[in-house]
Design a protein around this ligand. Sequence first.
Ligand SMILES: [Zn+2]
Ligand SMILES: [Zn+2]
Length: 410
Amino acid sequence: MQTACPSCDLIIDIPEINAKQVALCPRCSHKIRGININHDTEIVALSLSALLMLLSSMFYPFISFSSNGITQTITLPDAARILFNYDSDLLGLFIDISIIILPMSLLIILIPLHLGALKALPQAVARKLLKFTLTLEPWIMSEIFLIGVLVSMVKIMSLAEVSFGISFFAYVGFVIFYISALTRLNRARLWSQVSPVTTLQNTSNTERAIDENIKACHVCHQLSVESICPRCHSKTYLRNPYSVQKAAAWLVTSLICYIPANLLPIMYTISLGDETPATLISGVITLWNSGSYPIAIIIFFASVVVPLAKALILSFLCFMVTKPANLHTKGYTKVYQLTEFIGKWSMIDVFVVAILVALVQLGNLMSVTPGLGIVFFTVMVLCQMMAAHAFDPRLLWDSPKIITQRIKHD
Ligand SMILES: [Zn+2]
Ligand SMILES: [Zn+2]
C-alpha cells in the first residue's frame, strides 16, 4: 500500500504486513499501520458490551455521599444536570457531550460498520458515515472522566463518607470495553472497504510527496494530485492551510484564558455557612497537605505544568518551521505527537469540579458551587487541543523557502 507519512511526508510503499507486525516510518518512526488482524467480530462484541454498560450506568445510583446523617446520591446524568442549575450551561453541555452523547453515538455506529455496512451501503453514504465516525473519537473523554471521579473521591473522603453505586461499576466496565474496542479499530481497513487505495505511478523518483506536488489526504491518506480526494471527497492540501497562523491564534487565546483560569476560584466550598474559594493551585496544596501526594502531583502536572509546557512547546515548534530540517527534527516530531496525545488529559480538573458540584449539595451544612475559573480553564484546554490539531508537523521537515513558493501555488 502506497502512502505518505503524515508526520514527515516521506513516500512509503508498505508491503503486506503480518498479523503481529507494525509498520513504522523509516525517517521519523511514526506508526503508519497498526496490527493487521481482522478484529471485526471482537469490535462488534466489545462495542455492544460497552453500549450496554453505558446504558446501565445512566439509571442507577452513581456515587453516594453522607455527612452528619444526611445522604446525597447522584446518577451519571446528574453530574451535568446540576451544573445547568448553576448557570454553567456550557460546562454541563460539554460534560454531557464528551462523556455520554459522543461515546454512545460512536458505539452505535461502530457495530453496523463492522458487520459489513460500508460495503452494503451506497458509496456516498458509506464515505460520509465513516468520515463522521472517525471525527467523533478525539472528543470523547470518558476515560478522563473516570480518573476525575477517583480524584474527587480522594478529595472528599476526609470530609464525609463516600460509596460507589452500581452505575459507577457499570461505567468502569464501559470504559474498559470502549478502550478495548478502540485499540482494535483499523482505520485503513475501513477506508479500503469504502473504496480501495489507488496507487500513483509517478512517485518512484521522489522522496517526499510535496516534491511532486502530491497531496496526502488528511482524512483517508490517499495520495493524489487533485484538489479533492478521489477516495473520500475531502479537500486536499499540500499542507494544512495557514497551519502556523491558526496554531498561534489558538495558542494566544489559550494563554489569555490561562491567567483567569489560575487566578479566579474554580469552585467554592460552603461549610456550616462559611464560603471558601479554591483556585487550581490551592486545590493542589490542600491535597498535598492532606497527604494525598500522588494525586496532588497528578493534578499539579495535568492542570498547571502540562498547559504551560504545551504552550511553550507549540510556540517553539511554530518557530522551528522557519528553519530547515536538521538532526533534531525527528525529536521535535516526537514531542509534537506527545503534546497532541496528552492534550485532553488536562481536563481532569474540570470533571473533578463537576462531580464535586453535583455530589456535595447539603445546603448550608456542606455544598460545592462552581467558580468562573473552571470555565476559563475548560476553554483554555479546548484552545490548546485546537492549536495542536491545527499545527502541521510536516512543515518541520520542509525547506522554508521552497514551501512558501509551493503553498502559494496550491
Ligand atoms: Zn515519517
Ligand atoms: Zn481522502
